[in-house]
Structure formats: structure tokens, C-alpha cells
Design a protein around this ligand. Structure first.
Ligand code: COI
Length: 379
């Protein structure tokens, strides 16, 4: 682990006005800024980078901003990573008034740090906040908070090719409320953790289980936004499937129990010939940022991409199936089990999913030209 004062030299340069002002006197900050040769910004935290999974690693800093009812969010600030004090009557604890986001910071081969479409997460949080009757940060404040959190925790960003720094923005009703109404205060918080592969078997093809008893979302519900309340209800289905050796669960629509919707942690795509199909987003499916990016990349490769109702029977005839998400990236599906019948898909070289995955990751880490203008260089 690097010595903390050396690390602070890095921070002093990265964000003197925020972190430096809190941790150092103005004189000390100036001295550090001027001591460029001593600058140890590139140092890494003491992490086993070859064995990163998707577990939480405690990093150095988190960002927090608050706002009271009907007011804009105040200027937020970084503080040491740690527990958050909450009223027992906080809206989020009692009525689940909360949203989360997931985005990643990547380290390029040349040491530059990139974010991927963070403004899309900001917009999605605003849409979710409107649905959940919450105040939300502006797009600029959201993106700035994510940048500050990534840079303050720079030593936790894995070396190129070893993973990424997962950034978790949260918007929660922290004001006390007893009757069922919107909370009188909201907190916007961003924390970070270095991560590798989401699934425990790494990049191995997924074995999905189609669930026809439990549903993830219903028409008119909040399945289309990233409400925290969408996630605990699927834990039962996930633990049942994992107990039987499956990687994750694929949910069906709750009305007809016939159309596929999404996997607990990601969106889903089918490939048949030159056509790639994915369920349309009609309020029950999360509008994934990776989903949207893969649709654009696939169209640019000349595939016909259809967003439409996809019947579960189509899984039997697909050439390939894959999933997309920020945590998951692009994951190849090896098999799907539905009503006791297991369908296996081709895996190995030449998969459409692997071509799309390599292009997406190449753009994210600055190796492939970003003609879409998706990547934000935050150095
Ligand atoms: C993400 O992909 O960022 C998510 O929020 C999914 C979550 C289940 C880890």
C-alpha cells in the first residue's frame, strides 16, 4: 500500500479545491502542487488485481450532496468512505424511495482514465427520480460527482486489462417520513469499488434459467427505472436458480408469461442470422446504457437490430444469445433452461457477441476510435 501522504499529493493535483481543501492547509496544498517530481499519482492500491470479482472493496473516498424538499441539490463534497447516518424514519428505509446507477472508470494503456457515457446515467437517474417523486441532481452535478469520485479513488482503478472501478451513484430519500409520502430530504451519494467479472465463473458462458413463477416487473410498475425496489424481489428467484447451478434468471412478462424481458442483472439479445433481437422497453425492462450502445455498434456492423416483443419460444431457434449490462459488460449465454428443457448455444470463436464485446471494450478503454463520442477522458 502506498504511503497516504504520497497519495494525497496525487489528490492535491487532481482536485485541490475539493479534497485538498479538506485534507490539507492551503500552504501545504500549494507546496504539494509545486512539488511535481514527488508526484506519485500513478501508484496502485494493494489489491490482488488478478483475482477481482464483483465483491465490494473499501476505497478511500465517497461523494455526498443533500437537498431538502423542493430545493436544488447543494454543492456536494468528497469525504472519507464510511457509514452514513440515517433517521430510522428515512423514506428509503421505510418505503424504498431510492434509485441507484452503475457506471465504470477504465484505465487505458497510456494511463489515461475514461468514463463511459456518464451523462446517460445522469439522465436515467432524473427519469427514475421523476417516477419515484424524488428531487434529482443536474446532469452536470451527477457527472462531476462521478468524475471526482473516480479521480479521488484513482489508485483503486485496476491496471489495464484487469477490470475497472465500478462507480455506484445512489439517490435516496433520507428525510424522516411516517405517512406514505415523498421524503422531505434527499441524499445523492457516489461510492466506488474496483471490480472484475460480474459472474463467479468469469467469462465462462452463462447458463440461464427461465423463471415462470416469479416476475421482475409488471406493466405500470417501476421496472423501467433503476429503483432499488426492483432488486430485492428477485433475490428469491436468483437464489433458487443458483442453488441448481444456474448463473442467473431470465424473467418473462407477467401478463402472458410468454415474452422474455430481462435477466436479473442485465438485458438480453438473441442472434438469428443477420438479425439481432432484444425485448422492447415498454416500462418493464431497464433501458440499459450498454444495451443502447450495443444496438448502435451492431447496426454499424450491418446487423439488423429489432426491438420488439420476443417470445420465449424464439430462444429454441436462436443461433446465439448474449446479455449486456454495465456490471456484466457483454456476456455470452451457453444454455437456457425453460420448463425442464435445456437449449445449448454455440460458444467459442466467431461469435457475434464476442465481436460486439471487443468493440465495446476497445472503445471504453481508448483502444478503438470513439466515433460515437461516448468516452469521457477525465485526466
Ligand atoms: C449494473 O450493471 O451496473 C447494475 O446495476 C446491475 C446490478 C445488479 C449489479
Amino acid at each position: 500500500m502506498i504511503h497516504r501522504s504520497l497519495y494525497l499529493r496525487g489528490l492535491a493535483k487532481a482536485s485541490l479545491s475539493k479534497v485538498g481543501a479538506r485534507c490539507l492547509t492551503a500552504q501545504a496544498a500549494t507546496a504539494l502542487r509545486d512539488s511535481e517530481p514527488m508526484f506519485r499519482y500513478e501508484e496502485y492500491a494493494d489489491v490482488d488485481w488478478n483475482n477481482l470479482g464483483f465483491g465490494l472493496t473499501r476505497t478511500d473516498y465517497m461523494y455526498m450532496a443533500k437537498c431538502s424538499e423542493n430545493n436544488a441539490f447543494q454543492h456536494g463534497r468528497l469525504s472519507d468512505y464510511g457509514n452514513v447516518e440515517l433517521s430510522p424514519a428515512a423514506g428509503v428505509l421505510n418505503y424504498g424511495q431510492g434509485l441507484f446507477e452503475g457506471t465504470k472508470a477504465y484505465r487505458g494503456d497510456d494511463g489515461r482514465i475514461f468514463l463511459f457515457r456518464p451523462e446517460q446515467n445522469a439522465i436515467r437517474m432524473q427519469i427514475g427520480a421523476e417516477r419515484m417523486c424524488m428531487q434529482s441532481p443536474s446532469v452536470q452535478q451527477f457527472v462531476d460527482a462521478v468524475k471526482q469520485t473516480a479521480l479521488a479513488n484513482k489508485r483503486w482503478i485496476p491496471p489495464p486489462g484487469k477490470g475497472s472501478l465500478y462507480l455506484r451513484p445512489l439517490l435516496i430519500g433520507t428525510g424522516p417520513i411516517l405517512g406514505l409520502s415523498p421524503a422531505p430530504e434527499y441524499t445523492f451519494l457516489v461510492y466506488a469499488s474496483p471490480v472484475g467479472n460480474y459472474f463467479k465463473d468469469g467469462m465462462a458462458p452463462l447458463n440461464l434459467y427461465v423463471e415462470d413463477e416469479f416476475h421482475r416487473a409488471t406493466r405500470g410498475g417501476a421496472g423501467g427505472v433503476k429503483s432499488i425496489s426492483n432488486y430485492a424481489p428477485v433475490l428469491k428467484a436468483i437464489s433458487k436458480a443458483k442453488g441448481q447451478g444456474f448463473s442467473d434468471v431470465l424473467y418473462l412478462d407477467s401478463v402472458h408469461k410468454k415474452y422474455i424481458e430481462e435477466v436479473s442483472s442485465c438485458n438480453i439479445f438473441l442472434v438469428k442470422g443477420n438479425v439481432i433481437s432484444t425485448p422492447e422497453t415498454v416500462g418493464t425492462i431497464l433501458e440499459g446504457i450498454t444495451r443502447k450502445s450495443i444496438i448502435d455498434i451492431a447496426r454499424d456492423y450491418g446487423y439488423k437490430v429489432e426491438e420488439r416483443p420476443v417470445a420465449v419460444d424464439e430462444l429454441l431457434r436462436a443461433d446465439e444469445v448474449f446479455t449486456t449490462g454495465t456490471a456484466v459488460s457483454v456476456a455470452t449465454v451457453g444454455s437456457i433452461t425453460y420448463k425442464g428443457q435445456r437449449v445449448e448455444y454455440k460458444i467459442g470463436d466467431g461469435l457475434v457477441s464476442q465481436k460486439l464485446y471487443k468493440t465495446l471494450v476497445g472503445i471504453q478503454v481508448g483502444k478503438i476510435e470513439d466515433k460515437y463520442n461516448w468516452v469521457v477522458d477525465i485526466n
